[in-house]
Ligand binder design. Sequence first.
Ligand SMILES: Cc1cc2nc3c(=O)[nH]c(=O)nc-3n(C[C@H](O)[C@H](O)[C@H](O)COP(=O)(O)O)c2cc1C
Length: 381
Amino acid sequence: MRLHDCHNFHDFRRLAKRRLPGPIFNYIDGAADDEVTYRRNTAAFETCDLLPSVLRGVQTVDLSVSVMGQRLALPFYCSPTALQRLFHHDGERAVAAAAGKFGTMFGVSSLGTVSLEEARAISSGPQVYQFYFHRDRGLNREMMARAKEAGVEVMMLTVDSITGGNRERDKRTGFAIPFRLNAAGIAQFAVKPGWAINHFRHEKFKLPQLDSHVDMGSGTVSISRYFTEMLDPSMNWDDVAEMVAHWNGRFCLKGVMTVEDAKRAVDIGCTGIVLSNHGGRQLDGSRSAFDQLAEIVDAVGDRIDVMMDGGVQRGTHVLKALSLGAKAVGLGRYYLFALAAAGQPGVERALELMRSEIERSMRLMGCAEIGDLSRSNLRFR
Ligand SMILES: Cc1cc2nc3c(=O)[nH]c(=O)nc-3n(C[C@H](O)[C@H](O)[C@H](O)COP(=O)(O)O)c2cc1C
């Protein structure tokens, strides 16, 4: 199976599985506890159907949107994800370049493996910097100053991760950073020598957003210790209000799920919220963002940009979310599997497939621009 045989999410996932050592594939593919939320995220899109309007004379289709003051050529973006150079040696460089080529936004994670400054220089599209709230308030301010200096357009604070989710697949394989594999995990690396040769031939693995700040003794950052020792579980609305004021620019909360919290985000001056359950990787049993979208758009959609992510695998999923009032939709595993499958050409192919699926579906729906989509296009079963 090659890149040109990949026509959808499932094909990229299959190719990624073939290329990656089992523990790494399962780190991407896995979620928390029984993975109920992970499955629901995609299933939720099947609870409603699209209603096309015909004979509308759609000549051209404009897929551009405005979100958080950014003009995007496409109504979807690459959500920030950790550790991308583990999945492919080009990691964030590939994603930043591909997103820029397609005129869309991408996020660099605090746990990214390429510096936010380097990513900023690669991509011509808007960049989000995703960060977590540290106990050390000086460090939080320092990270914001660094992002500002680099020209990051939007700060995105992830609020659903004050502790790590229970990822049982990782426990079974022993996946951790630095690697602490068990015998079964090591055996799974041994059967993918191609990945290992590539990985070790390229520059040393590091976490450039953190390594100048964090000394974990041996000089390496253990991610589980990062979550338990560095992050501040007492973070509250007052703390975040202070950060929003300090940033004094576009600020977004990722992981808001209730109307009440969405209203508070408006009150403290946020520009956007992303409804998200972290791809089902944190609180299993939590609602899917798509199921929760209409309620939140109705409550705050005229005062803040509402986005969503989780389970998006098809252009029609994006269309359904936009019809309910999302301003843009985040992709996670969709582009990560493509990255793992084939690096930058893989991500580009995935973005192009998503773009063309949306364009085709817009034509079939009788819509020439994203603003033409509305709830009248949807019926829940
Ligand atoms: C491997 C992996 C790593 C992730 N790392 C981060 C991260 O560092 N910060 C963050 O806010 N979200 C992270 N996420 C969550 C994504 O940003 C996004 O919310 C989620 O993947 C959307 O669900 P989907 O994968 O079903 O599209 C990660 C997701 C995956 C799959």
